[in-house]
Design a protein around this ligand. Structure first.
Ligand code: KIV
Ligand code: ZN
Length: 501
């Protein structure tokens, strides 16, 4: 691949993407996603903003140790302390980058910094030179570049490249630009910045007006060769440009002769990982990764696709890792069908583990008509309760109109049996109150999300919870067709993480 034809994929799911309230990940989950991103083939992983919290610092450090091929990037403001801390967090990275920058629009210069253009330009140059003392690869961002005057932006870009910036990021921070305007901005820089060939120009588009992908494409078409993106387009407010959209646009439009290093067959799986770890369901009609993205429902389309997929499909679902010929799994499916499906989903199990998952599968298939990929993935990882110190023995909850919700619960704690009953403002509250009577610890539920897996009243639900105990957050996950049982199992999953300490 000629370097002019390569578009570098800079993934910021773990930094800009993770700024969504309620979607924060712990370090273990971030490492899991970083490794999935490495498998996907991203060029750069923006792992966090180390000065912002000890958690972010730790995540950048641990991801640096865990990941081999992609460059690990840490965000900073144009502040020496931030840069010192970022360099420290990146200590173990095999390839490292510091991403420093400052706001360059009038709004930022006057209202955020109470400053002027010359002072901001000096601070930008100083930050790049300072970061260069630590790392060779320094990326500069001109925050709110989308609303920055082009002539001033060109002066800043020229100065930071002279100071040693290897990549210059032109963020449309507020998602305000029109595609033509953003493309023209990138073109203006190519036409007016001396030395621009010494750096890679990067796009970073937000989706406030639904134009992030269009703007990113406009940037690419005018010469940008790095794109800053997130899986599923997650990110603050309306999110960032979705990685899968840009990658598949470039793959579908071969005439552009632009390529990425992404193994597209992993897109579907990584999209699911992000959705489930961040508790963010993917909208069904989301381009590329929504569950309806390849579902032809009208008779005319079905007829056309059956005759030749090219009639209505511009992307082969297999290209993103979806096996379209999936056999529908039901209670009548055998071992072999389940094994095949698991392998298609990238999961290889030992024969013993397969037996165990198969018997769980049969139990679920008895309750649900069709078992889908989400159910199977959950089943394959659903043995976590077995290793629990505290296990749920039984649960009975009563609720309804005109009665006070009440629950009784039985727990097995390392072989010993405990029972309790309690009331609450609903069956889940009653069950958790009963559980608290047995486990007398200080536990505050900080986050609690219930998601259905597909649709329908017979669906299994996924529950994610964060419980705070002695100042630390513990994350739990459980799934069940019974919403109360799933909630209690999820609470227990959290409790089991600190109870043996
Ligand atoms: O949107 C933005 O401007 C950013 C920068 C910090 C790169 O996320
Ligand atoms: Zn951003």
């Amino acid at each position: 691949m000629n370097s002019k034809n390569k578009v570098y994929i800079f993934d910021t799911t773990l930094r800009d993407g993770e700024q969504v309230p309620g979607c924060q990940l712990n370090t273990v989950e971030k490492i899991q996603l970083a490794k999935a991103l490495e498998g996907l083939g991203v060029d750069v992983i923006e792992a966090g903003f180390p000065v912002s919290s000890p958690g972010d610092f730790n995540s950048v450090r641990e991801i640096s140790k865990a990941v081999t091929w992609p460059t690990i990037c840490a965000l900073t403001r144009a502040v020496e302390k931030d840069i010192d801390v970022a360099a420290d967090a990146l200590k173990y990275a095999k390839r490292k980058r510091i991403h420093t920058g400052i706001g360059t629009s009038d709004y930022h210069i006057r209202y955020k910094f109470n400053s002027n253009e010359e002072e901001i330009l000096e601070r930008a140059v100083h930050a790049v030179k300072y970061a260069k003392k630590y790392v060779e690869d320094v990326e500069f961002y001109a925050e709110d570049a989308g609303r920055t005057d082009n002539a001033y932006l060109a002066r800043v870009v020229e100065a930071v490249i002279k100071a040693g910036a290897t990549v210059v990021n032109i963020p449309d921070t507020t998602g305000y630009c029109l595609p033509g305007e953003y493309g023209a901005k990138i073109q203006y820089l190519f036409d007016h910045v001396d030395g621009i060939e010494n750096a890679i120009i990067s796009t970073h588009c937000h989706n406030d007006l639904g134009m992030a992908t269009a703007n990113t494409m406009a940037g690419i078409l005018h010469g940008a060769r790095q794109v800053e993106v997130t899986i599923n387009g997650v990110g603050e407010r309306a999110g960032n440009t979705a990685l899968e959209e840009i990658v598949m646009i470039l793959k579908a439009h071969k005439e552009l002769q632009l390529e990425t290093g992404i193994n597209t067959t992993k897109i579907h799986q990584v999209s699911r990982d992000v959705s489930s770890l961040m508790n963010m369901p993917v909208q069904p009609n989301k381009a590329i990764v929504g569950r309806n993205a390849f579902a032809h429902s009208s008779g005319i389309h079905q007829d056309g696709v059956l005759k030749n997929t090219l009639t209505y499909e511009i992307i082969d679902p297999k290209d993103i890792g979806l096996d379209n010929n999936s056999i529908v799994l039901t209670a009548r499916s055998g071992h072999a069908a389940l094994k095949h499906r698991l392998e298609v989903l990238g999961i290889k199990l030992t024969p013993e583990k397969l037996d165990q998952v198969y018997s769980e599968f049969l139990k679920l298939a008895d309750k649900k008509k069709e078992i889908n990929d989400d159910d199977i993935l959950v089943l394959a990882g659903a043995d976590r309760a077995e290793s629990h110190h505290i296990k749920l023995e039984y649960l009975q909850a009563t609720s309804g109109v005109g009665i006070h919700p009440i629950a009784s619960i039985g727990l097995d704690i390392a072989g010993e049996k405990f029972e309790a009953a309690a009331t609450g403002n609903g069956p889940v509250d009653a069950a958790i109150n009963a559980l608290r009577q047995i486990i007398r610890r200080d536990m505050v539920i900080k986050d609690f999300t219930i998601q259905n897996i597909t649709r329908g009243s017979n669906d299994a639900c996924k529950v994610h919870m964060q419980v705070e105990h002695e100042g630390r957050g513990y994350y739990g996950f459980a799934t069940n067709t019974d919403i109360v049982t799933a909630s209690v199992e999820c609470f227990l999953d959290c409790v089991n993480k600190f109870v043996r300490k």
